[in-house]
Design a binder for this molecule. Sequence first.
Ligand SMILES: *[C@@H]1O[C@H](CO)[C@@H](O)[C@H](O)[C@H]1NC(C)=O
Ligand SMILES: *[C@@H]1O[C@H](CO)[C@@H](O)[C@H](O)[C@H]1NC(C)=O
Ligand SMILES: *[C@@H]1O[C@H](CO)[C@@H](O)[C@H](O)[C@H]1NC(C)=O
Ligand SMILES: *[C@@H]1O[C@H](CO)[C@@H](O)[C@H](O)[C@H]1NC(C)=O
Ligand SMILES: *[C@@H]1O[C@H](CO)[C@@H](O)[C@H](O)[C@H]1NC(C)=O
Ligand SMILES: *[C@@H]1O[C@H](CO)[C@@H](O)[C@H](O)[C@H]1NC(C)=O
Ligand SMILES: *[C@@H]1O[C@H](CO)[C@@H](O)[C@H](O)[C@H]1NC(C)=O
Length: 784
Amino acid sequence: MERNLILLCILCCCCIIFIGPSDSQTDTLAQGQQLKDGMQLFSASGIFRLGFFKPGNSNTSYLGIWYNRNNEKAAWIANRNNPILENSRVLTIDQYGNLKILYNMGDSIELYSVHQEAVNTSATLLDNGNFVLSELNPDGSIKQELWQSFDYPTGTLLPKMKLGFDRKTGLNWTLTSWRTDNLPAIGSFTLGLDPTGLKQMVIWWRGSIYWTSGPWNNGCFSFMYEFCNYYKYNFSYISNENETYFSYSVDKGTTIFPRLMLSAGGELRGFGMDSMFTGVSCTSSTNSSLKDGCVQQKLPDCRSPGEKFVLKMGLMSRDGIKFHENENLTLIDCWDECFKLCSCIAYASANDDGTGCEIWTKGTTFTQNNLGILREIHILESKVRLWWIWLTILVGGTALFPLLCSCCYVLWKKSKARGSRSQRMTYNILLHDLGEGRRRQKDGKTSNNELQMFSFETIALATNCFSAANKLGEGGFGPVYKGKLLDGQEVAIKRLSRSSGQGLVEFKNEAILVAKLQHTNLVRLLGFCIQGEEKILIYEYMPNKSLDFILFDDQRKNVLNWKKRFSVIEGIAQGLIYLHKYSRLKVIHRDLKASNILLDKDLNPKVSDFGMARIFGLNEMEENTNRVVGTYGYMSPEYAMKGIVSIKTDVFSFGVLLLEIVSGRKNNSNYHFKDQLNLIGYAWQLWNEDRGFELVDPGLGESCPITEVLRCIHVGLLCVQDHAADRPTMPDVVSMLSNESIPLPPPKQPAYFLNTVRAEREMAENKSEICSTNDVTISVIEAR
Ligand SMILES: *[C@@H]1O[C@H](CO)[C@@H](O)[C@H](O)[C@H]1NC(C)=O
Ligand SMILES: *[C@@H]1O[C@H](CO)[C@@H](O)[C@H](O)[C@H]1NC(C)=O
Ligand SMILES: *[C@@H]1O[C@H](CO)[C@@H](O)[C@H](O)[C@H]1NC(C)=O
Ligand SMILES: *[C@@H]1O[C@H](CO)[C@@H](O)[C@H](O)[C@H]1NC(C)=O
Ligand SMILES: *[C@@H]1O[C@H](CO)[C@@H](O)[C@H](O)[C@H]1NC(C)=O
Ligand SMILES: *[C@@H]1O[C@H](CO)[C@@H](O)[C@H](O)[C@H]1NC(C)=O
Ligand SMILES: *[C@@H]1O[C@H](CO)[C@@H](O)[C@H](O)[C@H]1NC(C)=O
């Protein structure tokens, strides 16, 4: 009896499992069916989704296809120039077989209409992201393909999509940028193949050539060398009497596809997994030095190439000239307009969504102002004006100081008095925990590992509202700012990007745990801040910045003689041993690299960004993780490709770092070496030819002890061996380095297939840094 019941239960469960998903997820739209707002088609393995979406916080919606992971931009959009305002919108196949969007009780956008007699069609979202409309035979099998979304690329090139032209149908496969990061309408940049027959890619800016890739050579374009070298991707350039195109494909079984995207600002970005593989940018508004392939834009006589605009938050004294408010101008067009007009000194977008332009000519003045209404204004920076701006800041700052003090006071009072209920709850829980920490400390029972909680206002004030001037850099998990707390203490402030899917309580718990990791070679976490979506970590400030800042600079690296370098290597190793072994948490860093090694005033190394995997809620165990964090070039092969994490992941990165410190060269820049090897490959080659000492930084001079240096290189090569099991552990590394009598095994073939990578984090997040100071303004009024 009982057994029957259990069997029944199991049967029921199975039914639910089998019926459940296939019922709610389908990849095909059949004739007569409607895909309503809120419904979605999923490709067979769920890799892609198709449905209506609203970008940013706009009212209008679009039909798009996007990755069914993270919050990535739509890879394809059906109606980029016909956004739909109404709520009643459906995608449907009508009785004649036409594929169309219906809205507003009768209006329609036709994606494909059958020209001759009515046919039976259905549309399927494939696992490669292609949405295909096919004519069906009476038995339901596919007779022929009529239409596919891959023939109408928008801003993203996925594997199997083509870039080029079809001579028979007259189709041009090009990418066209979004107008702004949140507005899918057609922007001002287009990427395509050169129509003149040169085998190259071209970016046009409003019809004129802006960038060229250089010729297709050895199965690759040089700007995406690192892409081509990845063995899972296959690139091709096909030209015959019917069509000419560039395309690429991925290994079977890949579920995270690489993407080539053309951004609203005209940057071409190549992504693989979660990191950027390659980036091409000619934006002269931020950097006037020309880069490979960028076409020199004509300068008017009154402008010099050194003149550039910097982004500031503040106000102009008068209204400027506004134009094309409702049109297709974006920030780069505003830059162009302003640059061409000799009297222009500043520009900004006219509309909140980043479209339209407002420009100001001489005679108006800029006030840097972080209270009240904030606006992103691009100001022409030239030496003459500089003193003036400083004066404004100084005067403005002095005038505002009492104001700031009073608002801090009011804010403090306010935060004691009110606050939304749920936030208040979290605050109470946190304050309770922290209060306990404090009490215990008074008893003298705990050490000085108390973690402070900061309010968002304090942090905003300390960093001057996250101003660009205070920005120290962009880490893997978000930007880092320098800040000065009210008591004068200097701190480094890391504003975590919003992609962490963690709740506040988990975030807090992890931050508290990580704060307990204390070692002379680890950067200390001082506190954190949680407010709404904002999650911020506050660290001790390191005056000598990071190792990459010093090591890879021809001048600055002179302070690092061999003795110092060796002690840096040892310090990093000690920090890692602590993380791996002696801390209770057994933390695997995952993103060890030169820019994550900070240097204190005596150039002692301190590992930073450890525990970020915990803080972001990623699993620390050795297992497949679907979110790979890390930096190509420092990532071990098993991690980069299969997502397998272990302490050997860090050992690999340490090995790369060691070779970088000895050679003073970056692993991921290959231009020094013939054969285009990266540093690991180069070191391996020299080692096998018994020329290891040639790797040593020439700046170190004759003075360095060659046996010790060679031993370092040897250990470095042992750390970067292809198989994780062959690599030593960190304690092994330390004893190998410090004890010259230990015999070292010969290194095996390292992993160096990922060459020359400028890996940068995907900046999919909204990059506008408008800091909410509404509270500040309101409280000032209350104070009066
Ligand atoms: C969004 O809709 C609201 C109310 O319907 C309207 O007031 C507002 O102007 C709309 N915004 C945009 C950007 O269209
Ligand atoms: C289209 O073909 C499918 C499969 O054969 C069939 O189930 C469906 O009824 C057909 N629809 C029309 C309108 O003929
Ligand atoms: C495609 O591009 C070619 C040459 O650039 C042009 O002549 C042709 O009209 C374009 N076709 C379409 C459909 O835009
Ligand atoms: C790469 O793609 C080309 C063209 O599609 C094909 O001929 C070739 O066999 C592919 N190579 C590999 C290794 O898959
Ligand atoms: C070009 O198209 C024609 C007609 O469809 C076809 O017969 C021929 O094989 C195609 N050529 C190539 C190289 O694919
Ligand atoms: C401009 O770019 C070059 C090369 O990328 C870089 O060396 C230089 O520092 C940049 N200049 C500024 C002002 O950002
Ligand atoms: C976009 O701008 C171009 C030229 O700047 C203009 O010719 C075109 O009409 C504009 N299109 C729209 C939809 O505003």
